[in-house]
Design a protein around this ligand. Structure first.
Ligand SMILES: *[C@@H]1O[C@H](CO)[C@@H](O)[C@H](O)[C@H]1NC(C)=O
Ligand SMILES: *[C@@H]1O[C@H](CO)[C@@H](O)[C@H](O)[C@H]1NC(C)=O
Ligand SMILES: *[C@@H]1O[C@H](CO)[C@@H](O)[C@H](O)[C@H]1NC(C)=O
Ligand SMILES: *[C@@H]1O[C@H](CO)[C@@H](O)[C@H](O)[C@H]1NC(C)=O
Ligand SMILES: *[C@@H]1O[C@H](CO)[C@@H](O)[C@H](O)[C@H]1NC(C)=O
Ligand SMILES: *[C@@H]1O[C@H](CO)[C@@H](O)[C@H](O)[C@H]1NC(C)=O
Ligand SMILES: *[C@@H]1O[C@H](CO)[C@@H](O)[C@H](O)[C@H]1NC(C)=O
Ligand SMILES: [Zn+2]
Length: 583
């Protein structure tokens, strides 16, 4: 600094003024600027060629291109005019922006035009969802309230806020009369674990059914104010999250309730534009009390038989006639030790023998950070594979992996094991973007990542959708599809995919309707519609709509849905958004 100063000081004045004579002004039309602009757009184009949705975009019909343009205009308009709102010192909470935390954005989303469009979009397959957390609990509670003989109990009376927070609840069906009298759950005289008829429990609660429902829901759903507390970290939110499954499972144990639940669930998926679903369930689920009874049927098949029956009933109904079906990915909790995991695997293999069409694959679930890593389960998983080979059963792996903030610890490295164990899809794969070699592996071997954006946000891996690695995955050519994971607990509070789709399209400029369409079509390309050898599975993914099998048929059907959806967008919004060329 000083050196430069003294140098200037010694220069003659005339020389200094000569150094600052300028040549012209910046020229927006100069050939140098033009060359830069050309290189720039060439580089952008080149990079976009690597995107996983590139082929889909290249093959858009003229109508789909128009729809894409319209949706982009709407999205931009709403980003600037609906979402971009500055808060004030008096009201910081008034601050709004596109891509803000989901629990805050959620009540604002339904007023947008983009939402109206996304709701109608044909979404293909829901590939990653856990059975007991797929359908809004308030509706299940309503079914239970209207079912004869349903009771509820709490682990302790709930008078204080601390007791309210600490208590656990359980639902059941009884076939003897329980008097609708006695202390309510929030009275000091309530004896822990006393079963009360559900209607009575609600009406006797202070504040009646409304406050009772609030209490029950607080045991089943992560409240918005908890979801956004990122400063408390992953383990804390997982404790709240896991605690919801206990009460949730007891809600789904009485056969008439379970049957109604399936009808409503499949109906809600269909209404949201979903034609196919692969459900994670198994392991601990599957306790069924028959109509008019109160003891769980020990028959391990009965739970699955009811599911198959109700799926058939739905498919034979008016609403379900275009619903293609559902399969189950058997899921054991990763907290099981070697012996109990092996025991559950045997049960899984027996069920697969009895319900070959229903069971689609195998997975281990629960908090990945605190559970056993896949490497530790290698003996069981390799044993399982030997058994399926010997029994001639097709039970591919669909592992959760990389659902973590870790970089290089055992949770993060589950991705390596999942790939080496030949997983057909990866659940979450949140940490995959840190691994160039593993990215090559999933791209080269056509392994899809089931991305659950809202789940990853609420379970504190990404503070909001804008911090999610999804766009990096797509840009690197990784096949992805959007899933909802546990929408009844995590705050979507709706069975379908609309909120996760909305978040995705609203957040990323590179995506647009065309990109979202590619993700929806991917969900079918990577759906496990039927048992297939690894070779056939890969062939059909590769052929996509050009194949000859079940998969190609469904992709073609979706393509038709997509075209009419795009036509609807053009008809509905084209004039308003001045995109009418060629109409
Ligand atoms: C640049 O070129 C455009 C189109 O040829 C012309 O309209 C514009 O006036 C030019 N601008 C300047 C600053 O020369
Ligand atoms: C919380 O619940 C546990 C298990 O039911 C019980 O042992 C404990 O006493 C409760 N704590 C409070 C503060 O109510
Ligand atoms: C019912 O819940 C509301 C909202 O939490 C609360 O303000 C009210 O005091 C409750 N009513 C009773 C009687 O506890
Ligand atoms: C009550 O349920 C039990 C077992 O679930 C059954 O054996 C019994 O017959 C039922 N009683 C009545 C009155 O239905
Ligand atoms: C294995 O199953 C396939 C069809 O799933 C069948 O074609 C084949 O014959 C079976 N092989 C053995 C050894 O059972
Ligand atoms: C891996 O690292 C992440 C981030 O620090 C942490 O949340 C997770 O618990 C770690 N997993 C294990 C098994 O230590
Ligand atoms: C559409 O075109 C009309 C007439 O040119 C114009 O007034 C209107 O602002 C345009 N709307 C949009 C959304 O661009
Ligand atoms: Zn999951």
């Amino acid at each position: 600094m000083r050196l430069f100063g003294s140098l200037v000081a010694t220069l003659p004045f005339s020389l200094l003024s000569a150094a600052i004579s300028f040549d012209g002004e910046p020229d927006v039309n100069s050939s140098a600027v033009e060359r830069h602009m050309q290189s720039r757009s060439a580089m952008i184009t080149l990079e976009k060629r690597q995107r996983q949705d590139h082929d889909f975009r290249q093959n858009l019909s003229p109508v789909a291109q128009q729809a894409d343009t319209i949706v982009e205009a709407i999205r931009r308009y709403e980003t600037e005019n609906y979402w971009r709102v500055a808060g004030t010192p008096e009201d910081e909470e008034a601050e709004r922006f596109a891509g803000e935390v989901f629990p805050k954005a959620k009540p604002l989303i339904p007023a947008t035009q983009l939402w109206n469009i996304i709701k109608r979009m044909p979404k293909g397959a829901l590939l990653h969802a856990h059975l007991s957390a797929m359908f809004p609990f308030e509706t299940i509670l309503d079914i239970i309230m209207n079912t004869e003989g349903m009771v509820i109990s709490a682990s302790q009376p709930v008078l204080t806020e601390a007791e309210w927070a600490n208590a656990t609840i359980a639902f059941a069906h009884v076939n003897h009369t329980i008097a609708a009298s006695g202390p309510s759950i929030d009275s000091v005289d309530y004896v822990p674990n006393t079963q009360l008829p559900i209607q009575y429990a609600a009406s006797s609660f202070s504040g009646g059914e409304t406050n009772f429902t609030d209490f029950v829901m607080s045991k089943l759903e992560i409240p918005p104010q908890e979801s956004i507390r990122h400063e408390l970290g992953v383990d804390e939110i997982w404790r709240i999250f896991q605690a919801c499954f206990g009460p949730a499972d007891t809600m789904l144990s009485y056969e008439p309730v379970v049957r109604t639940f399936y009808q409503r669930l499949f109906g809600a998926l269909k209404d949201d534009g979903i034609n196919w679903v692969e459900i994670r369930a198994g392991g601990s689920s599957g306790k069924l009390v028959h109509e008019g009874e109160e003891v769980v049927d020990p028959d391990l098949d009965i739970w699955w038989q009811v599911m198959v029956d109700e799926l058939d009933n739905f498919k034979n109904s008016d609403q379900g006639k275009d619903f293609w079906g559902a399969r189950v990915i058997w899921s054991d909790t990763r907290s099981k030790d070697r012996a109990s995991l092996t025991k559950s695997m045997k049960i899984a293999l027996e069920r697969k023998t009895k319900f070959p069409e229903l069971f689609s694959g195998y997975d281990v679930v629960g908090q990945e950070d605190l559970g056993r890593p896949l490497a530790d389960m290698a003996p069981e998983l390799l044993w399982f594979r030997e058994q399926t080979d010997e029994l001639n059963l097709t039970v591919p792996f669909f592992f959760h992996a990389g659902e973590t903030l870790g970089d290089g610890n055992s949770t993060d490295l589950n991705l390596v094991d999942a790939i080496l164990f030949n997983t057909r899809r990866v659940g979450h794969g949140f940490s995959l973007y840190k691994h160039p070699k593993l990215i090559d592996e999933v791209v080269d071997n056509a392994i899809m990542v089931e991305v659950c954006p809202i789940s990853n946000e609420v379970l504190r891996l990404a503070t909001d959708i804008l911090h999610h690695p999804l766009p990096a995955m797509i840009a690197h050519g990784i096949p992805t599809a959007i899933s909802n994971d546990d929408p009844a607990i995590l705050g979507q509070d709706a069975a379908g995919l609309s909120y996760d789709f909305y978040q995705t399209i609203q957040a990323f400029d590179n995506l647009g309707l065309a990109g979202l369409g590619a993700l929806a079509q991917n969900s079918l390309r990577w759906a496990n519609f039927e048992d297939q050898s690894d070779g056939d599975w890969l062939r059909d993914i590769d052929l996509g709509e050009h194949g000859t099998g079940t998969k190609a048929t469904y992709i073609q059907a979706w393509n038709e849905q997509w075209e009419s959806f795009c036509q609807w967008i053009v008809d509905e919004y084209g004039v308003q958004w001045n995109v009418t060329a060629g109409l």
